[in-house]
Design a protein around this ligand. Structure first.
Ligand code: ATP
Length: 239
């Protein structure tokens, strides 16, 4: 197993005013792997993702993707380069239909045949979206809107998918379903950065994981080593 880095974050620091939320972190995503970024509420996970997506401007550091420097690109260019974030809080467009939301995900693409194929794939991952494709996104449940947000990101044909708390606020059965689908998406070869407060589930499906505490990486290891790490057990897995 030879791991090839596809996305590297180097010494990333991000502040809100004079509060430094991310304090110089290094992350490496290997191609085709799930990398988990875990940590408590307020640790800086979302802030790090927003900086990678170009939605927040870092104070310092670099984001390198496939030998391209993304650090000063606009969010739009970053999506076009293949790094696509699924938003926390299911930012679907509630007054548009499900099919329209999915079509919007592909708006920067021109390859019509492949767009149609990807739409079929998204509908096969989330059959409920196909059944309700002409209905308004606003009428979907929280879990279904989360599925739509993931589907819409997949329609942009990402090479790296950034997922912010996909399991947040979902009923336990749906949490299982979302983690299963994240694995299924990864099996197609897509590289995933998974931000989660559900530490156990995230580390179970991740090849590698990073633990973030108050803006700093305190542990970096394989998912399985982290699951058995006494510090992780004590701090995040209830002893
Ligand atoms: P959560 O899971 O709750 O989103 P997180 O690990 O993603 O937690 P962040 O949301 O990145 O953490 O927050 C990191 C720190 O930055 C926290 O101290 C938070 O209060 C602060 N913060 C986040 N957003 C803002 C903002 N818009 N303005 C000022 N401070 C912020």
């Amino acid at each position: 197993t030879s791991a090839t880095p596809i996305l590297q974050v180097k010494d990333l620091a991000v502040s809100y005013g004079h509060i430094e939320a991310v304090k110089g972190i290094d992350l490496t995503l290997n191609e085709g792997e799930i990398t988990a970024l875990v940590g408590a509420n307020g640790a800086g996970k979302s802030t790090a993702l927003l900086a990678i997506s170009g939605l927040l401007k870092p104070q310092r550091g670099q984001i390198l993707f496939d030998r391209q420097d993304l650090t000063s690109l606009s969010p739009h260019k970053i999506v076009q380069s293949g790094v696509v974030q699924v938003a926390e809080g299911r930012a679907t467009l509630t007054t548009l239909s499900i099919a329209e939301n999915l079509a919007l995900g592909a708006y920067t693409r021109k390859d019509k045949t492949n767009i149609a194929k990807d739409l079929d794939w998204v509908y096969s991952l989330f059959p409920v979206l196909q059944r309700r494709k002409d209905g308004l996104a606003g009428n979907l449940s929280g879990g279904e809107q989360q599925m739509l947000a993931i589907g819409r990101a997949l329609m942009a044909k990402p090479r790296v998918l950034l997922l912010d708390e996909p399991s947040m606020g979902l009923a336990p059965l749906l949490v299982q379903e979302i983690f299963r689908i994240v694995q299924e998406i990864n099996r197609t070869g897509l590289t995933i950065l998974l931000v989660e407060q559900n530490v156990r589930q995230a580390l179970r499906i991740a090849q590698r994981g990073y633990v973030l505490e108050t803006g700093k990486i305190v542990l970096a290891d394989s998912g399985s080593n982290l699951l058995n790490n006494p510090k992780v057990l004590e701090a995040y897995l209830g002893g």
